[in-house]
Design a protein. Sequence first.
Length: 290
Amino acid sequence: MNNITGHTGLTALLGSPVAHSISPLMHNESFRLLGLDYVYLCFDVNEETLPAAVAGLKTCGIRGFNLTMPNKNKIVELLDELSPEAQLIGAVNTVLNDNGRLIGYNTDGYGFMQSVRDAGHDITGKNITVMGVGGASMAICAQSALDGAASVHIFARRTSRYWNRTQKFAENLSAKTGCQVCLFDNDDHTALRDSIAQSYLLINATSVGMVPDIDDTIIKDTSLFHPELVVADVVYEPQETRLLREAKAAGCQTFNGMYMLLHQGAKAFQIWTGQEMPVSVIKEKYFSVK
């Protein structure tokens, strides 16, 4: 366990729920291994309490913090500056406190694409279907387009408060990258069937299927799965969601959000400390398949 001193720097995760998170384990062990005088804690904070929490942490001199659901969009309006990728995505999962100036980054897209490579896949020139329009989804869509995907089809509820924002995001991303990025209604079953049939990779970028609602799934119709499809879920608790279980039964290759979490965390660690997280050690210790 790390020794807490009067000089110990604070880093944290703000979200709701957060009790299941692996982030404190991997960051605190990395601090210990590298001899860095930091600690990483979790705080259960939602969109309503986020402004007060951020103000308090800034006053207390926090070095930096991560954001998880549901705070990745709300945090943007509370920051002093955004990195280029955070501006493109419109969501932030990592904040650096630079002498009282809060700078927002998004390391989710980087983390997800590293997890794709870890799973042995390459999305260059291929079609992708993404479920959801939250912060994780926008990061994954942006990084997929930047990394050479042919098309990214995004599905969400038309009643989502993020619908109009996502429509503009899709148009902007298409114009900047040349990737065909389109938004569709979840209830457009024909569009969903056609998109998945043409896709190399299907990604659940929502919290559907996460503890405690482990019996839920974003894809109710298992006939949409096909053996050439790779299915990914950003959820990692449970490690195998209903979505992944049913996709695997249909012959799909699958992977969860554990390595996305690892690699986005490693990037955040570097932003806060200027040092590289010992990824191979952390991966073996905390991210082995149960």
